[in-house]
Design a protein around this ligand. Structure first.
Ligand SMILES: *[C@@H]1O[C@H](CO)[C@@H](O)[C@H](O)[C@H]1NC(C)=O
Ligand SMILES: *[C@@H]1O[C@H](CO)[C@@H](O)[C@H](O)[C@H]1NC(C)=O
Ligand SMILES: *[C@@H]1O[C@H](CO)[C@@H](O)[C@H](O)[C@H]1NC(C)=O
Length: 937
């Protein structure tokens, strides 16, 4: 790479050249006077290389730190401006600018043109009159924020739908590979670009994966399609090193980004240990340091005119990027979780004198803020998930309170997606949850806009709403910290991204910041217990518990959920009296008077909160796994009868029962309980085709022998048809054979029950083609047997394509994930919902009277079921009521999974409802166990 080709020599370089000659002359005088040059001809010593000026330039430039050129803010047009983009005026907006520490909100207008923001607030008429073809959007008071910036994404390199050609995230060619560049794998056809834009994401930092200690260089891109349709055209401020272009040498360099990873991932991939990984880092940094020192010696000679024998500038294409890290010109993004690893990295930064821009994932950072402050240079920012934790040892002590705790310690907090680990379309949801668990609203909004923009080094143009900044703007349908907030329009570089945006009317209180609950005690416990605070609920001491100040009460009536009390209808907040775990009075304080019950009752003020049926979780390994990534903590996988026979000791064609592998009191189960999910239904963990018999259990129980721990031994029979090994058609053939009564042993008798309609069959399937085949198969079998098979599709991303047929066939559907993602080819035809489509899959299936449930994929998210159901209902455009929303994760799910001993648990929510970021679950009312459990720290 030639960084400084000769053809671009400007005035600056000739001036440098003159001063260089002066330096050479001085050098000769000095050396002569010291008598050092006697042995050689001074005329030869003064022979200056032909490219001396470039060398001097290069040497002087070595110490220039990155940043925008001085005149950057005088620009009137963006380098990313798309010619022909109409100037746009967004009128009457409520603008969160990101300025003044995230406290500034301006009510007024926003003018964008030439790819940049031209005006914010009260705009002069004369300024507007200058525009002829001004596109005008009436925001009618809507919230507007800067575009969302995702600091940790693999969009385009770990692209979807997943195909063999689509994983360009990790190189396995070594532990230290600073010369690799994520841009070289950036697929411009990833289906997630459009989806993420529809969630308001405008910029993403595309990192290599974490298999290596140094995985390579990252590139920050804008997500919109470009006219050139190239990967390069997406890059924001491409570093000049990217294509070896020489630019005006007086310009400061642009920021570069690099991925580092410590701990488990690199150790695992290279079957080494943490010791090996840190050594690999030290060896790499030592190599870079030696090269840097050579360069510095070379340059001090060149700059003082000692040209003799100087030769070429020491350079090495493999190490130049790491040398740039040592020169403070690279933002280092360090995947690093545990105290032990953070400590190793902090030591490394001090040994080699470089700084880390951010620790990512960083699940233990909130426990060691003082350690983080010892890092060399600037204290690293911390990039986190909100509630995605406990999936491996490194994440086991993760806390939902980490963002707040870190902020309290003065650290910068960023919320990130790690897309496609989390679908970055919903990155804002991470900020919303961080806010719910205590991060102040100004910092929560900043955590996905201005803070990542600043950490990446692009705060001179993105992350804020300010004249002269890139026109990356989102107009929201509700306050961005409310559940389900969705864009009405997204601008990137001033170009509107949503052609025909669809949005729903939200309740009025969604236009303000949610009043989040107080989690002070929980936060303190997280620190006190080093991430493992006790989570068990405590049983109320008194037999009578009175919930006062109740705004609404929802109860189960058979297979429906109904609102039994509402302050709006009944005139005032009410009272719910519970005796021995059974609701004995619901009504006004007149109906259920304190005089009658109060003296012997424990009184709990719900502060305008509510009481609802508890929820059910299905779809993950809840209660079969403690830590997904740690096989020793899990039940393990069952055998796959399509691949091998079961060991004969198991008897004739055995079917495994999940109830036999239940493990109680996992942190995910207890957290689910504390969030109003009191029942889990889990099937054995399949390794293909047959999973086995699911079981229903109480998520709050301490062990299997406790009262009410196992709700139902056997719920349904589960199989999966989503693998192509052996072929999908082979899976279908096996299923047909079993349904025709040709199965042997236990499999045979269970399928006989399925055909008789006595045991529901739950099939994990995403593809509409496979679902269509299954509908035909069901009909064939039922025609022969004259029975009704209870069939449920779980997963069912593509079910909306067959809504009518699924409804007519009487098949139930569990949508999982509830917010669809085209992760694989067989699940790619999703109905994304607003703002891309008018309806979501829930609305379409409900219109065909399909019984719908909601599912999850990973157990950490069981606790978020309340938000999942509320969000599904919000996006269903009126097709689902609040009662229907609760039913998705209670009565419907039980029916679809064959749970015929329904839970009668109720949950008490303080200050709000299950459906918002205001309510907090404080109690579980259990008639079966005859108690009220209190969830208080
Ligand atoms: C701005 O929008 C709000 C909410 O729709 C409305 O009440 C107000 O009158 C509007 N103001 C202007 C200046 O249009
Ligand atoms: C190389 O990068 C520079 C700086 O981003 C850009 O202006 C130039 O167009 C690029 N050249 C080519 C050939 O891509
Ligand atoms: C759904 O059920 C309702 C009420 O039973 C009925 O009126 C409607 O026609 C049904 N819709 C479809 C598409 O079957």
């Amino acid at each position: 790479m030639d960084k400084f080709p000769a053809q671009r020599r400007g005035t600056t370089s000739s001036a440098v050249f003159k001063s260089l000659l002066g330096a050479v002359l001085v050098a000769i005088v000095v050396s002569t006077s010291l008598g050092l040059s006697l042995s050689h001809n001074p005329l030869v010593a003064t022979k200056v290389p032909i490219n001396a000026a470039q060398i001097v330039q290069q040497c002087q430039a070595l110490h220039v730190l990155p940043g925008p050129p001085k005149n950057f803010h005088h620009r009137t047009e963006s380098d990313r401006y798309v010619a022909g983009t109409p100037p746009t005026l967004v009128r009457n907006a409520t603008i969160w600018t990101g300025r003044v520490s995230g406290y500034e909100v301006i009510t007024g207008d926003l003018l964008i043109d030439k790819g940049i923001i031209q005006g914010v607030g009260k705009l002069r008429k004369s300024a507007l009159e200058a525009y002829k073809d001004l596109a005008v959007i009436d925001a009618a008071g809507a919230w507007v924020t800067p575009g969302i910036v995702d600091m940790h994404s693999h969009l385009g390199v770990d692209s979807v739908p997943e195909l063999h050609g689509s994983d360009d995230t990790n190189s396995l060619k070594g532990l230290v590979l600073p010369w690799l560049r994520s841009l070289d794998g950036l697929n411009t056809h990833d289906e997630a670009y459009q989806l993420s834009i529809s969630g308001g994401v405008t910029t993403a930092n595309i990192l290599p994966g974490s298999a290596d200690a140094i995985g390579g260089q990252a590139f920050t891109i804008k997500l919109r399609p470009t006219e050139e349709r190239s990967s390069s055209a997406m890059v924001l401020e491409p570093p000049y090193t990217l294509n070896g272009t020489h630019v005006d040498p007086s310009l400061p360099p642009r920021w570069r980004q690099m991925k580092h990873a410590c701990g488990e991932n690199p150790s695992r991939v290279y079957s080494g240990t943490r010791m090996d990984t840190i050594w690999a880092f030290r060896h790499g940094y030592d190599t870079a340091r030696k090269l840097k020192e050579k360069q510095d010696v070379y340059c001090s000679k060149a700059l003082s005119g000692q040209w003799k024998g100087l030769g070429e500038f020491p350079e090495d294409l493999q190490w130049e990027a790491l040398v740039d890290v040592l020169r403070g010109r690279v933002k280092v993004h360090n995947h690093c979780y545990e105290a032990v690893d953070l400590d190793g990295m902090v030591r490394l930064t001090n040994e080699f004198k470089f700084s880390i821009a951010a620790f990512h994932h960083a699940h233990e950072t909130y426990l060691v803020p003082d350690l983080l402050k010892k890092a060399y240079g600037k204290t690293p920012a911390i990039a986190l998930f909100a509630t995605n934790a406990r999936y491996k040892r490194e994440a086991y002590r993760g806390s939902e309170f980490a963002p707040r705790i870190l902020a309290d310690n003065g650290l910068k907090v960023v919320m990130k997606s790690d897309h496609p680990v989390l679908n970055s379309r919903h990155l804002l949801y991470e900020a919303q949850q961080a806010h719910y668990y205590g991060l102040p609203s100004n910092l929560a909004l900043a955590s996905v806009t201005s803070t990542p923009a600043t950490v990446l080094g692009y705060d001179h143009r993105i992350g804020f709403i300010k004249p002269g900044y890139d026109a990356d703007i989102v107009v929201w349908d509700s306050h961005p910290l409310t559940l389900g907030a969705a864009p009405k329009q997204v601008f990137i570089d001033g170009v509107a991204q949503l052609k025909t945006p669809h949005f729903n009317k939200k309740p009025n209180f969604f236009q303000r910041v949610p009043k989040t609950p107080d989690f002070t005690k929980e936060r303190e416990a997280a620190i006190k217990y080093e991430g493992l605070p006790p989570l068990e609920a405590k049983t109320a001491k008194l037999d009578v518990v009175m919930f006062t100040n109740v705004n609404s009460v929802f109860l189960r009536h058979g297979e429906k959920v109904r609102e039994s009390f509402s302050a709006a209808k009944d005139g005032d907040n009410g009272v719910v009296v519970v005796k021995f775990g059974v609701v004995s009075c619901v009504g006004t304080s007149f109906d259920c008077s304190v005089e009658e019950y109060g003296s012997d009752a424990q009184i709990i003020d719900l502060e305008g909160g509510s009481i609802s049926p508890s929820l059910v979780s299905y779809g993950s390994h809840l209660a079969l796994h403690h830590i997904d990534g740690e096989s020793s903590t899990n039940d393990g996988k069952v055998y796959n009868p399509l691949k091998a026979d079961a060991p004969s000791i198991l008897g004739d064609s055995p079917v495994i029962r999940a109830v036999d592998g239940l493990q109680f009191a996992s942190r995910d189960a207890l957290l689910a309980y504390r969030s109003g999910v009191t029942v889990g239904v889990t099937a054995p963990s399949s390794s293909g085709f047959l999973a086995g018999l699911s079981t229903a259990f109480n998520t709050g129980s301490p062990h299997k022998l406790a009262d009410g721990a196992v709700v139902q031994d056997v719920a349904a029979l589960h199989i999966a048809i989503d693998s192509s090994t052996p072929s999908v058609s082979t899976h279908i053939a096996a299923l047909r054979n079993l349904l025709l009564g040709n199965g042997e042993g236990e499999i045979g008798s269970l399928f006989a029950s399925v055909v008789e309609g006595n045991l529901p069959l739950v099939i994990q399937v995403q593809s509409a083609d496979i679902m269509a085949t299954l509908i035909n198969l069901k009909k064939d079998i039922e025609d022969r047997s004259e029975t009704n098979i209870q069939l449920t599709f779980a997963g069912a991303n593509e079910a909306h394509l067959l809504a009518k047929e699924i409804g007519e066939a009487g098949v139930g559907v569990i949508l999982s994930p509830s917010r669809p993602f085209p992760g694989s080819w067989k699940s790619r035809r999703i109905l994304p919902g607003p703002p891309l489509t008018r309806q979501n899959a829930f609305a379409v299936l409900a219109a065909h009277n399909v019984t719908i449930g909601i599912g999850i994929e990973e157990q950490w998210s069981a606790r978020n079921t309340r938000f999942d159901v509320a969000w599904a209902a919000l996006e269903a455009n009126g097709a689902l009521s609040r009662e229907d929303a609760i039913a998705l994760a209670s009565v419907n799910l039980e029916r679809l999974l064959g749970v015929n001993t329904p839970s009668r648990d109720l949950v008490a929510i303080k200050q709000g409802s299950l459906f918002d970021f205001e309510g907090k679950v404080v109690g579980v009312i259990s008639p079966q166990r005859g108690v009220v459990d209190l969830i208080l720290q």
